[in-house]
Each structure stands twice: as C-alpha cells, then as structure tokens.
Design a protein around this ligand. Structure first.
Ligand code: SF4
Length: 194
C-alpha cells in the first residue's frame, strides 16, 4: 500500500521515492517536518471545534480516521470525514493557506482521501476543504474528474517508479533541494547554494 506521505514526496521530488523505496535509504525527518507534526497534533484538537458554513449539513463526523482504497492500493489517515445521507466532504487541516491558494499536492491528498471514503461507501464526495488552524476561512474546492484522474495517475506513477526501479528526473524546483537530506549524499541536487 502507498501512503499519503509517498504521494506528497513524489510530487515534491520523484527522486525521494527512488532513494527511499528503491534504494531503501530511509529519509530522516528534518526539524521542520518534526515541528510540523507536533504543531499539527497540538492544533487539530481545537480545530475539531470549527463548524463552518455548509459543514452543518453533515452531521456524521470522523476525525483522524484511517482510510484505504484496496482498488488503488492506497491508505492514509484523514483529518476529518463528514457526511449525511447522500454526500460528504473531506477536510484537511493545515497551518495556513498560502497566498497563491491551495497547493496542488494538498488537493491530491484530499482527493485520494475522498476516493477512499467513496470506496468505504460513505456516499459521494465531490468537494473538499483545506481548513487553516492558524486562522482564516476554510477553502473549498471541487473534487472534479480532472483532479481525480490526475490523483489516480500519480498513484500509478509512484508504483511504476518503484516496480521498474527507474531513476527519475529531479524536481524542477531547485529550492526544494536546499533542505533535502539526500543532497550531497546520493543526489547532486539542483540547488547551487546561492
Ligand atoms: S536533492 Fe533535490 S533533486 Fe535530489 S532528491 Fe533532494 S529534492 Fe530531489
């Protein structure tokens, strides 16, 4: 089974998957990542009290619930699934939403959680939310066919990379190499230090 972490890593840089899953070189968590996990655990309990707009339409709620898709070989833990008799919403809590909007990787994460929820027969999930726990309104987005196809395609690409043991291209965003533990060890990276 692939996890949300694998998918987020792949979107960040496909080589992270190659080093971790093919060469079995475990990725250590950076201070930033450790801190993010701690902050998430600290803030989600109070975020559970958020009742926003149309959320009132969904009386059934599960927080921090394990979800899986046997069909796609994917499992993760969703921050919040809520649903009524006919449809539902997936909510992912994040510290804040960047000025440019919701990052693509977060949309894919929510979309894959929705795919799992549908497979678990909790109803239709056609919209998702990113809810910032440091203030600001939750942002809603459509889980449309295009996003679903892209998300499923990414899961397939991650699996293919692992199965075929193909060495992938590096990320197109050199700044991502800056804090990468593989840079200078296994990977030349794209960040030139300036
Ligand atoms: S150093 Fe850069 S290219 Fe290499 S694995 Fe890390 S993020 Fe990817």
């Amino acid at each position: 089974m692939l996890t949300a972490r694998d998918i987020l890593n792949y979107i960040y840089c496909p080589r992270l998957i190659f080093y971790e899953k093919v060469l079995r070189q475990k990725q250590f968590q950076t201070f930033k990542q450790d801190n993010g996990i701690v902050k998430h655990a600290e803030n989600v309990p109070s975020a559970k009290r958020i009742i926003y707009g149309e959320w009132k339409l969904f009386p059934n709620r599960l927080f921090e619930v394990s979800v899986r898709s046997v069909k796609h070989g994917f499992l993760t833990r969703a921050d919040l699934l809520m649903w009524n008799n006919s449809e539902g919403r997936v909510v992912q809590f994040k510290p804040k939403i960047p000025d440019f909007g919701i990052p693509f990787a977060w949309k894919v994460q929510v979309c894959l959680e929705a795919i799992c929820a549908v497979e678990m027969r909790l109803g239709k999930f056609q919209k998702g939310y990113i809810a910032p726990y440091y203030g600001g309104k939750p942002l809603c987005f459509d889980l449309d066919e295009q996003l679903i196809d892209s998300s499923v395609e990414i899961v397939k690409k991650v699996r293919k990379l692992i199965d075929d043991e193909e060495f992938p291209e590096m990320t197109n965003y050199p700044n991502r190499c800056k804090d990468c533990m593989y840079r200078g060890r296994l990977c030349e990276g794209a960040f030139d230090g300036r």
